[in-house]
Each structure stands twice: as structure tokens, then as C-alpha cells.
Write a protein that binds this ligand. Structure first.
Ligand code: GDP
Length: 204
């Protein structure tokens, strides 16, 4: 059987806002979540590279949109995370504006992958962000991270706890995927999910 894989992942650059991003001719998938949720690890795991998303950790780049082109066919937008402890009000406002504009106006955005750490209950900041996406009808997919940190038999309980919290406000759930960057759990499913969406776009 042929496993979905990534042959090449190239860093395009870091951009302060969506307006500065090069015009998106390829389908783009945005990764976002609370700081420390495991976003860089997931992007690296997905691309089979140790330090691809490291770029976003270098000073000055943490607040930018980092773009990567994958196999010359689709793009990853590594977006700055939210919920950093020490961020000024001005910086938070700037972040909010940048993310909102990106989500609303980036015309090649296919779906936003919202990362949620499976170890915790749904955090207020995640709920607020998800509610905003839902209200604006921005397509999003939830990616649960760090599944290896949970005992296998407890996984469904953790997933249900978060889904239940979302269902308090929404009638339906978005698509969800369970991942672990340490064990490479969910890698195939995520790559296939992206491939399927890309294929669907081509036939539209
Ligand atoms: P980011 O701030 O969202 O980019 O998060 P990082 O990818 O830098 O990860 C934050 C911390 O969580 C690091 O210490 C990672 O080693 C750890 N981490 C990330 N993904 C996983 C995972 O799938 N399993 C476990 N056990 N730890 C993880």
C-alpha cells in the first residue's frame, strides 16, 4: 500500500500580515493554537523534518505568518499562537487583527487546523477563537495533540469532554483528528485529509 508522504517542504518566508503574503495560488492550510500546544512539532512531524517550523521560533518571527510550500502543490501557514502569558495589550490586539484578517481574506485558505491539547479541558481562549471562526463561517478542523500523553483507554473520554464543551454552543462538530507528534499518530490521516480536500478543489 502507498502511504501518503511529503517529498519536499520549502520555507517561503515570514510575513507580518496577510496583505504581505505572496498571492496564494496553491491551496493553503493554516495551523493555529494556544502557545505550547505542539504546533511546531506537528508541522515538523507532518513534513518529516526536525526543524522546519523552528523558523517560527527565531526572534521576530514568532508574530509572523510563516509560509511553506509542500511538494509544489499546497501550502502550510504556520500562524502565531495565542495565549502567551507575557503579551502586552497592544500585541494581543495586533495578533487578533492579523489573525482575523488572515482568516477572513486569505483567498486560498482551505481550512484552519485548530490545535487543542488533549490533556486539558477546553480552555476559554480556545472556545472564544472557535466561536469566532464558527460565527464568521471560516472552515476549520480540530486537531487534538499530544495523544501519547493520555492512556489509550482514557482517550475517548478526553475527546468527548472537549466535544461536549463545544456542543454547548454548536449543534454540529467540525471534523476532528487525533495526533501525537512523538508517536507520529494521525500523520497518515492528516495527510490523506489534506490530499482529499486538494483533490476536491481540483474537480470543482
Ligand atoms: P508550539 O508552541 O505550539 O509550537 O509547541 P511545540 O511544538 O514547541 O511543543 C511544545 C512542547 O510540547 C514541547 O516541549 C514539545 O516537545 C511538546 N510536544 C509537542 N508535541 C508533542 C506530542 O505529540 N507529545 C508529547 N508528549 N509532547 C509534545
Amino acid at each position: 500500500m502507498d502511504f501518503a508522504n511529503i517529498q519536499s517542504a520549502k520555507y517561503i518566508g515570514s510575513f507580518p500580515d496577510y496583505k504581505s503574503c505572496p498571492e496564494g495560488r496553491l491551496p493553503e492550510y493554516a495551523f493555529i493554537g494556544r502557545s505550547n500546544v505542539g504546533k511546531s512539532s506537528l508541522i515538523n512531524m507532518l513534513c518529516g523534518r526536525k526543524d522546519l517550523a523552528r523558523t517560527s521560533k527565531t526572534p521576530g518571527k514568532t508574530r509572523s505568518i510563516n509560509l511553506f510550500v509542500i511538494d509544489g502543490q499546497w501550502q502550510i501557514a504556520d500562524l502565531p499562537g495565542y495565549g502567551y502569558a507575557r503579551v502586552s495589550k497592544t500585541d494581543r490586539k495586533r495578533w487578533q487583527r492579523m489573525i482575523e484578517e488572515y482568516m477572513l481574506f486569505r483567498n486560498n485558505l482551505v481550512t484552519a487546523f485548530v490545535l487543542i491539547d488533549l490533556r486539558h479541558e477546553l480552555q476559554e481562549i480556545d472556545r472564544t477563537f472557535i466561536n469566532w471562526l464558527g460565527a464568521r463561517q471560516v472552515p476549520f478542523t480540530i486537531i487534538f495533540t499530544k495523544a501519547d500523553k493520555i492512556k489509550e483507554s482514557h482517550l475517548p473520554r478526553h475527546i468527548r469532554r472537549i466535544e461536549k464543551a463545544l456542543l454547548e454552543e454548536w449543534e454540529t462538530l467540525p471534523p476532528t483528528l487525533v495526533t501525537s507528534s512523538v508517536r507520529e499518530t494521525g500523520r497518515q490521516q492528516l495527510l490523506e485529509y489534506i490530499a482529499e480536500l486538494n483533490a476536491r478543489l481540483q474537480t470543482e
